[in-house]
Design a protein around this ligand. Sequence first.
Ligand SMILES: C[S@@+](CC[C@H](N)C(=O)[O-])C[C@H]1O[C@@H](n2cnc3c(N)ncnc32)[C@H](O)[C@@H]1O
Length: 235
Amino acid sequence: MSAVTDLTTYWDRYAGQLPAPPREDALKEALRWCQYPDHGPGAELLGDPVTALELGCGRGDAVAALATKGIDATGVDLSVEHVRAAHEWWGDLANARFTHADVIDYLSDTRHRWEAAFSIWGAVWFTDPDVLLPLVRERLVPGGRLVFAQAPAVPGAYGIQGMYANGFRGRQVWVYRWAYEPEMWAEILKRHGFVDVRAWVEPAPDPDDVGTLIVQAVHPHVREARRATPAWRRQ
Ligand SMILES: C[S@@+](CC[C@H](N)C(=O)[O-])C[C@H]1O[C@@H](n2cnc3c(N)ncnc32)[C@H](O)[C@@H]1O
């Protein structure tokens, strides 16, 4: 296989290593936030949205699972290979859409708004929250939810985390991730205007194993609704 030379190639290579279960099995396991099969919360964390956006959708299994429930679901991913596979696997579902883009570019360019945005060990983990969260907030409808899951922080190692993506003898390519304790995530989300923030580490089936950081936050509908109401109606 060719050397990893950039982030897209890194994620393309990752895409090529994923298992390819039967479609029904992929759908069953799709909207799981935890890394352990049939463990932890599921789609209920998203509430009851009519539209949803996945940030870093990979092969698009979660987008497909939502689309089969009638939700208008869109997935964005940086990997050409993942988006190609998503179209191949789920392109027949009327409510599923997939786009190849960096989430920052995508959210900056779109005028669309969603009722839910989510990331399952996806782009939220790999993007500076101070850049990403204002854009997500902008693109959620009032009262819309953001939910994301990723690995919990290694104790004492917070903020930006870097790793070489191509080993120590390969091309210089690096991946950044952002890690915080649940209460730090809650602070960050509140600072960016989200409300009703819940952040916790969901324990693994064996509590000595690595758990899952899950964060849920809501777009502040009261303040936004006031802004959307014409001045004459507010008097
Ligand atoms: C660990 S995978 C998880 C994929 C999928 N959510 C799943 O559960 O299988 C992380 C995904 O995030 C995508 N990603 C990382 N950074 C991104 C960015 N800045 N914009 C869009 N996608 C990104 C990668 O291409 C990859 O598909």
